[in-house]
Design a protein around this ligand. Structure first.
Ligand SMILES: [Zn+2]
Ligand SMILES: [Zn+2]
Length: 326
């Protein structure tokens, strides 16, 4: 069951903290599984880890932001200075591993579907929204949208005319990957899905779309992305790339999956699955949105008022709803 509860306002605790008031918040694809009881987390807990907010308080050591700034918030809690953060792996920040908003993880950080959110290490975990960018369009910047960039750009670095195949199924991440692949990587982008709405969006974003899965992986893509959460499509992604090609899976598999290990051995496949390291990927996405290169607004399924949140989310019908509180 989803509801708003009354809690005490969060306060500045450390001098590096800021407090933000979310003005546009949206669901991570994982939230739909949480709400439907299909993820192994027991409530009650504060929900939400994607938002753009307005800075309402800053600690004395917070140097980059001031009251009134409009900022995107990374979903993970990261110090910005440890060895993992320096490697651009803030989701695995050493002192704050497994700490985040909107899940019963390590620490009590609240959720972004709240009136106020305390942001530790605010200079690191916030990113300024550029002038002219509608906060509603980039409500997902702190997680799924940034993951679209992270899943594509570093993997095709140095490849001329990249060929990318994306196996869709997630409510938004696969589509953000399409947007980045087609419009930032300028890749020939093939998108598989069974869902007509998502196929239409992927086509608008610049992919060649297919509604029937191939019998086997073609073995000639530079990069395959599994955004399906389905073992069958993960296996297809793994056998779709050229020898020593890259496969990135953004799906969360709560159960073990059987993999075609001998085929992977013969081919040589580089496989990555893990949490998105949002923070370093937020600025390049925001820049591409402000230049009109990326179009995350096409992935948004509807814009709703803040108060409508429990009802809209409980219904399970909204694919990527954005809730506003201006
Ligand atoms: Zn998420
Ligand atoms: Zn760190």
């Amino acid at each position: 069951m989803l509801r708003f509860d009354e809690l005490l306002d969060p306060e500045i605790i450390e001098p590096t903290d800021a407090i933000i008031a979310p003005i546009a918040a949206t669901t991570c694809d994982l939230d739909h599984l949480l709400i439907a009881g299909k993820a192994p987390f027991q409530g009650p807990f504060p929900l939400g880890h994607e938002c753009v907010g307005k800075v309402v308080k800053v600690g004395v050591a917070c140097q980059k932001y001031s009251i009134g700034d409009i900022v995107g918030l990374a979903w993970h809690i990261a110090c910005g200075t440890c060895v993992q953060c320096h490697k651009n792996y803030p989701a695995n920040c050493k002192p704050h591993w497994n700490s985040q908003y909107g899940l019963p993880a390590k620490g009590d950080w609240g959720g972004t579907f709240s009136d106020l959110v305390r942001v530790p290490y605010a200079d690191y975990n916030l990113a300024k929204i550029p002038e002219g960018v509608d906060p509603i369009h980039v409500a997902s910047i702190g997680d799924n949208l940034a993951l679209g960039w992270e899943s594509v750009m570093p993997s095709i670095n140095g490849i001329e005319d990249p060929e990318i195949v994306i196996f869709g199924g997630s409510k938004s991440i696969g589509l953000y990957c399409v947007d980045v692949a087609a419009n930032c990587a300028n890749a020939n982008t093939i998108y598989y899905d069974h869902n007509i709405e998502r196929l239409e969006i992927a086509e608008k974003l610049g992919a060649e779309v297919r509604d029937q899965l191939p019998k086997r992986g073609s073995g000639d893509f530079n990069l395959a992305i599994d955004a399906s959460g389905k073992a069958e499509m993960l296996r297809l992604a793994l056998t779709s790339v050229e020898p020593e090609g890259q496969v990135n899976s953004v799906g969360i598999y709560f159960e073990d999956v059987a993999l075609p290990m001998f085929q992977l051995y013969l081919r040589g496949v580089n496989f990555h699955n893990g949490k998105g390291h949002a923070r370093p990927n937020m600025e390049p996405v925001l820049e591409a949105v402000s230049k009109g290169i990326l179009h995350p607004e096409l992935v948004t399924s509807g814009v709703y008022e803040w108060d409508e949140m429990p009802e809209v989310l409980s219904s399970g019908a909204a694919r990527k709803p954005v809730f506003r509180r201006m």
